[in-house]
Ligand binder design. Sequence first.
Ligand SMILES: [Zn+2]
Length: 89
Amino acid sequence: MKTATIHSVCECQNKLGAELDEQRRAIKGWARERRTGRVLVAPAHSIIRKDAEVFEVAWACPFCTRNQVRLFDTEGLSFREPGAQPASP
Ligand SMILES: [Zn+2]
């Protein structure tokens, strides 16, 4: 199964990331604390509209507890075979 990794930044300035499968579903999410580099699990899920080029990914940031929703373009995703690149940050 190929996966793609997306990144964003939370309002608290910590980084958010998620791994997506080819259906653009979020397999896992994480957040990296900007100041310390500490990485925590950040529950992520995709909001996909059928036949739409864009989709949204929502994260629950573990550092500030905000829910963050970001818009992504399907065209911008780059899918890779597992092992071609570390899936984790
Ligand atoms: Zn945050």
